[in-house]
Structure formats: structure tokens, C-alpha cells
Design a protein around this ligand. Sequence first.
Ligand code: MN
Ligand code: MN
Length: 283
Amino acid sequence: MRFLSTVDGSLDSLQRVNLLGVPLDCTTSFRAGTRFGPHSIRFYSEALESYSPMLDADLEDFSIGDLGDLPLPPGGLSRSLRMVEEAVASLYSCDDNRMVIMGGEHLLTLPVVSALVKRWPNLVVLQLDAHLDLRSDYEGEKLSHATVMYHVHNLLQPESLFQVGIRSGTRDEFARAREIQPGAPFGLKEFPLVLERIGDRPCYLSLDLDVVDPGFLPGTGAPEPGGITSQELFEAISLVSKLNLVGCDVVELSPPCDPTGASSLLAAKAVRELLLIMGMKAS
Ligand code: MN
Ligand code: MN
């Protein structure tokens, strides 16, 4: 089934659970293409059933609104980030609303978290990613998908960022990661411990698809060998469903890097599971 129809990016059709495309593609460092992510995920969602056996839930059980894609100004990074923050703020006009964002590059998580911490000051961010993204700047630029978690961390209270699946970063980034998360870096084996530390605090999941091994998901700008399998990703998502999730994003899909469409299909399935989890949280 195809997720939902594409509308013009207005927030008029707001539901309890909302799907929003954010085709941000400004700072991708190696291979661009994330702007095509939301379109490709919608297209490949047609190949999926609306029912998830893993969650025993069906998209038809919930009213889910597709808000379309935010009409970001090409190349206008600071305006784009402002638009994302404003859209997310209005999306949470009701505390019970939930959302899944389809990227787009990882930098979009910064304005999202910036909006969410105003509502939940004790917000936790759980990041699944191959990369730490903890540089303070990348080639002189402060705002980049390679620096996003440095800035996100600065918005959060202590011990509120958890990074799982990491296998790439500079020596300085790893030192910083260990400083802010005792016991890091975390693999899937440590996932139960991470979930325990998060507890019932409001949690935002940021899923950078390159956490998955490039053998399963080659369609991403900065693939990193040695990642988790697609099955492990879904097992992780099912564990995350136990958290007090208030929203999530699925970022860094770059459809031009995988003409077979397998990466977009995997992303679409992750989005389906997350929509269902959001549906269960909102109802
Ligand atoms: Mn990454
Ligand atoms: Mn990332």
C-alpha cells in the first residue's frame, strides 16, 4: 500500500500522527541526493503491506496525516532550518501529536530538536548512526550533517544523548562521545542498557540509515562498512517501541546512490514501523 497522498506542504491536514518530508540536501559532504528521499520513500511504500506482523498493528488502525514535503528554498540553509523548526513547533500544537520525519540530510535533526526541547526540556535523543556527527565544525562550516549532534547535544540536558551503531568518527569525536556517554561507543549488544538509561524520559529517535551495512543499504551518501543487518535494524526498532517516543526522523537516504530501490524500500519499511509506533503512542 502507498503510505499516503502527497499534499502541498501545508499544515492544514494535521492529525495525531503526521508524516512530514524534509528534503534538505545542503551540506552533504560526499554524495548528494538526500533531497529525493521523501519522494522515493513514498513511491516504494506502495510495495509494502499496511500491516506489520512485528508490531501486530496496521496503518489503517490510525489516522495518519501526510503533510507532504516542506517547500525548502534551494540552497537557503538558514531559512530552511528556520522553516523546519517552525513546522515542528506547530505540529506539536497538541502535546499528544506525534510525527515521523523523512529526510533529507541529518542536519534537519537540529531544528527539530530545537523545537522539541521547548516542549520537553528533559528530552533524550537516541541516535542510530554509523557516524558520531560530533565535530564542532566540518571544513570550517559549523552547520553540517557531520556536526549535527555536536549542536544537538548542546541543546540537551546532561546524559541525554545516546549514540548507537557508531563505527566512524575522528579520535576527538570518540573522546567526546565517551565523555558525554559513559560506556560509549554503544553497539546493539549494549542496546538494552541504553534503553534502561533512557527510562521513561521523552525520547526522540534519529535514525541515520547509514547505521545499516552498505550491503543492505547502499543508497546513502556516506556509506560505512561493518554495519548492522536490515533484520537487526527492525529488532532495534521494536525495542525502541517500548520507550516514551515523542517523534522520530529517518534521514540520509540518497536514492540516486541505489538505482535498485532496495535502500528506499528498507527506508519505507522503517517509516511504516515508526508510523505504527507513533500511532500506538498517540492513542
Ligand atoms: Mn551517518
Ligand atoms: Mn548522521
